[in-house]
Design a protein around this ligand. Structure first.
Ligand code: SF4
Length: 189
């Protein structure tokens, strides 16, 4: 009897840890996927920057979205909405191949949209998606990513004001930048 109870407890513990593991895996802030579908089930189109033949009521088309709080603006490709929650889609023409992460600039752009939309519409943005020609990335709107974007914005404004700044050059950071080996005076790797 004692052994059976032990086996039962061990089985329950194994199931618990497997479920915990799956939850942790699924909560990764950035997930690379093969599927390139647009918004998840239940969301409806709320905004688009794309050209469409017909215009739908209750959809905002091609407007520049400006956040007064952060003093940034942008035009995401698609915003989908479900109740007071938004999901942002950004289409990218290039491919990502074996890279485990999206291009840094694209990621920061998407997170900047999270900030703009939350400020402008007051809706919560849980996730967004960067869709490349071969893969896509689902990005969670985490505090850490938001802090990174805000810190970059602060650095950029400081540089614009003072003309002083440090470039964070590295092979990984600069690999897709069009300024590399052209106009960037910092890149010397
Ligand atoms: S090449 Fe220059 S401009 Fe481009 S990411 Fe690197 S440091 Fe920045």
């Amino acid at each position: 009897m004692g052994i059976k109870i032990m086996q039962y407890i061990i089985t329950l513990l194994i199931i618990f840890f497997v479920l915990l593991f799956l939850v942790i895996i699924n909560r990764k802030p950035i997930k690379k996927l093969k599927s390139k579908s647009l918004a998840p089930f239940g969301y409806r189109l709320f905004y688009t920057d794309q050209n469409t033949r017909t215009k739908r009521n209750n959809v905002i088309y091609k407007r520049i979205l400006y956040s007064q709080k952060y003093n940034i603006q942008g035009k995401p490709d698609f915003i989908y909405k479900k109740f007071k929650t938004c999901y942002i889609i950004e289409l990218k023409s290039g491919s990502i191949k074996d890279d485990p992460m999206p291009h840094t600039g694209d990621l920061m752009q998407l997170v900047a949209y999270f900030l703009i939309i939350e400020d402008l519409f007051g809706y919560k943005v849980k996730k967004g998606k960067l869709i490349y020609s071969d893969y896509c990335f689902v990005v969670r709107n985490t505090r850490r990513l938001r802090k990174t974007v805000l810190s970059i914005l602060e650095d950029m404004r400081y540089m614009l004001k003072t003309g002083k700044g440090e470039a964070n050059c590295s092979f990984v950071h600069c690999r897709y930048c069009m300024c590399k080996n052209t106009v960037c005076e910092f890149y010397n790797i």
